[in-house]
Design a protein around this ligand. Structure first.
Ligand code: NAD
Ligand code: LMR
Length: 337
């Protein structure tokens, strides 16, 4: 029996993500937690005739910890899209002051009630919220780096879509599976168009078009924030992306299929390939790279890709590493200090 819990299920991402999870046949219990509106979302979803059972959990007050505990108990996988989104003119880091404590408190709930669950972090700034969750789980003595995932899948989704839009007559987005490494904000996002089947299309672009494409992937979130004009950031494309990673993990748990996804992970030495990766990214503790998934989580980091990147991508990587170092330190410091 697979139980999946969404923390922040009544939000812009939480609702469509919960809808997608509701129709996944591998999931038998879908547990929805939010601090507002979640009974309505759950009642609505519960009419869908898929085989999973839906439960909702709404705290009765700020002090009520029972609802979160009930939501989490027995969970195999927990997705966190709780927190505030950006408005035009803000960076993801501007969300730190509000979202850091939301994510820390939810991670504390996971440590106490679902310490073995896979944990997928969507809440921004991902480059800092993932270290916050890692440190909180460590503090509670239940940390397993193989089961912690910063969700950067939307960057891959965008990278595939945006290159295909430049070749509408000869490609579709599903022709591509671009590796996007680094982190999840602005220049920390490094799409590797020089690797795989995108190489020939990328190399055919003028230098100016190449720069525009990289910039569009790095700042794709801004396009949505501006278009929504104060009403939030990407929700539907994010729900698709978050679902894609969750579904891949569920597939890796239940089949012997080879499943590889990019994710922002802790380069902990217990993970095969992580120490090698760490040496290639200036000793950063967290970084997004393709990983092989298995029954127990991240089985292997595909670090070799870092040896194959172009000179231009090396320059992008250097900028990303510099910024990531500060973002990671900020998250770790929030719990340690
Ligand atoms: P939203 O405001 O629509 O929804 C957030 C939900 O979180 C709300 O329902 C709110 O009640 C709930 N919430 C707040 N505090 C909570 C708590 N303590 N416990 C449980 N739920 C709580 O926002 P959204 O558009 O869904 O975005 C959510 C987050 O996801 C933002 O931080 C946004 O920046 C981030 N995001 C990340 C990515 C990514 O690629 N990783 C993409 C898009 C958005
Ligand atoms: C995105 O990439 O769309 C999200 O991180 C939301 C944002 O703030 O841009």
């Amino acid at each position: 029996m697979v139980k999946v819990t969404v923390l922040g299920a009544a939000g812009g991402i939480g609702q469509p993500l919960s809808l997608l999870l509701k129709i996944n046949p591998a999931i038998k219990q879908l547990s929805l937690f939010d601090v507002v509106n979640v009974p309505g979302v759950g009642a609505d979803l519960s009419h869908i005739c898929s085989d999973s059972q839906t439960t909702t959990h709404l705290p009765s007050s700020r002090e009520d910890k029972t609802a979160l505990a009930e939501a989490l108990k027995g969970s195999n996988l927990v997705v966190i899209p709780a927190g505030v989104p950006r408005k035009p003119g803000m960076t993801r880091d501007d969300l730190f002051n509000i979202n850091a404590s939301i994510v820390r408190d939810l991670a504390q709930g996971i440590a106490e009630n679902a310490p073995d669950a896979f944990v997928l972090i969507i809440s921004n700034p991902v480059n800092s919220t993932v270290p916050i969750v890692a440190e909180t789980l460590k503090k509670n003595g239940v940390y397993n780096p193989k089961k912690l995932f910063g969700v950067t899948t939307l960057d891959i989704v965008r990278a595939n879509t945006f290159i295909s839009q430049l070749y509408p007559d000869s490609t579709t987005p599903s022709n591509f599976n671009i590796n996007v490494i680094g982190g999840h904000s602005g220049e920390t996002i490094v799409p590797l168009y020089s690797i795989g089947n995108s190489k020939k299309y990328y190399n055919d672009l003028s230098e100016e078009k190449q720069k525009e494409l990289i910039h569009r992937v790095q700042f794709g979130g801004d396009e949505v924030v501006q278009a929504k004009n104060g009403a939030g950031s990407a929700t539907l494309s994010m729900a698709y992306a978050g679902y894609k990673l969750a579904d891949s993990i569920l597939k890796a748990i239940s089949t012997s299929e080879e499943v590889v996804e990019c994710t922002f992970l802790n380069l902990d030495s217990s993970i095969k390939g992580a120490s090698e990766a760490k040496k290639l990214v200036n000793n950063l503790d967290f970084f997004s790279l393709p990983v092989k998934l298995g029954k127990n989580g991240i089985e292997e980091v595909k670090y070799e890709i870092l040896n194959d990147i172009s000179d231009d991508e090396k320059k992008l990587l250097a900028v990303a590493i510099d910024q990531l170092e500060k973002n990671i330190e900020k998250g770790v410091g929030f719990i340690k200090n």
